[in-house]
Design a protein around this ligand. Structure first.
Ligand code: NAP
Length: 319
């Protein structure tokens, strides 16, 4: 373990973590930002950002995240690629144990994000990357001029269905109800796109294929009717893109901080019940999960972490 004790360690480099790093670095806190994969979390696999203030003219998720990362770096954030596997938050100095190293900090901000929920039907797991995907930006091009199904009726499903129409010849949104959850402006775009079709009141029952997706079975939840889709002969396969919400990445904090349905409970200062421990972004219990709210959480958490460190580590001050 390094001797270095940071003022703040931030776990997760999505919009919440990057915004926290920007605010912490700008307040001259020594700041460590730990990320296990690429920066951006969910945003890094989002095609079009239309509702983050100032993002106009077709800004993509990766473009926005790249600017956020550069901005955080500019203010001195130390970056580490590591997966935190356990934490010790009991002492005044918190320890984060990574796969590679252990890190110490006076305060911690967990900006852990969330990962895509799976349908859980037979065949889904086996066919991931062989027709089943959770990322249109990553995999849409594989289905050029083919048929794809999008499972879900929220913002992600509709937004990604619209993106998929740039590649696929037909996109069918399969939703378990007869009314979309997505915001009205997205619904309007989807309803007026001639490539988008709807299978209402339906769920995905099973997927089949020998090394590649060949068959999908859907069930109408109202009538019980079963619909089988076989890969068109000329294509040999088709796509199933699943966007049915996300699950917070909070497993490592279970039993340590208060949670509801696996989402971390914070107060309005993004503080958990543990002094010096904050949370921000999609891993928190909140009413609106958007880039703008994640970024706001990060800014608040970093500002409060600064106050916490100033008030609790006065002995460190030098003249
Ligand atoms: P979401 O809003 O939770 O929507 C999930 C959708 O999947 C809902 O339509 C839900 O149906 C359906 N669903 C859930 N579990 C299912 C299951 N087991 N089987 C079949 N269908 C299931 O999730 P999301 O679209 O991923 O969005 C997550 C958050 O990110 C939201 O807060 C969203 O607003 C935000 N987001 C925002 C944007 C944007 O602003 N541009 C883009 C993407 C995401 P019901 O409707 O029946 O519950």
């Amino acid at each position: 373990m390094s001797d270095k004790i940071y003022d703040v360690a931030i776990v997760g480099a999505g919009p919440a973590g990057l915004s926290a790093a920007l605010y912490a670095g700008r307040s001259r806190m020594s700041t460590l930002l730990i990320e296990k994969k690429q920066d951006g979390g969910q945003v890094s696999i989002t095609d079009l950002i239309e509702n983050y203030p100032g993002c106009i003219d077709g800004e993509t998720g990766p473009m926005l995240i790249s600017r956020m990362s550069n901005q955080a770096k500019k203010f001195g954030t130390v970056r580490v690629k590591d997966t935190i596997v356990s934490v010790n938050l009991d002492s005044k100095i918190k320890t984060l144990q990574g796969e590679k190293e252990a890190y110490q900090a006076k305060s911690v901000i967990f900006a852990l994000g969330a990962y895509p929920r799976q349908v859980g039907c037979p065949g889904e797991k086996e066919l991931i990357g062989k027709g089943v995907s959770y990322c249109a930006t990553c995999d849409a091009a594989l289905f050029e001029d083919m048929e794809v199904f999008v499972i879900g009726g929220g913002d992600s499903a509709v937004e990604e269905a619209l993106y998929l129409t740039k590649f696929a010849r037909k996109v069918t949104i399969v939703h378990r109800r007869n009314e979309l959850r997505a915001v009205k402006s997205l619904q309007e775009k989807a309803f007026s796109n001639c490539k988008i079709h709807f299978m209402w009141d339906s769920v995905l029952e099973s997927l089949e294929g020998d090394g590649i997706l060949e068959k999908a079975v859907f069930k109408n939840v109202k009538t019980g009717d079963i619909k089988v889709f076989d890969a068109p002969e000329e294509d040999g396969t088709f796509g199933v893109f699943v966007f049915i919400g996300v699950i917070p990445e909070t497993k490592m904090l279970k039993g340590l901080v208060d949670m509801e349905n696996d989402y971390i409970i914070t107060d309005e200062t993004m503080a958990t019940k543990i002094p010096g421990v904050f949370a921000a972004g999609d891993c928190c219990k909140k009413s609106l999960r958007q880039i703008v709210t994640a970024a706001a959480d990060g800014a608040i958490a970093a500002t409060e972490a600064l106050h916490y460190v100033e008030n609790n580590f006065k002995e460190d001050a030098t003249c």
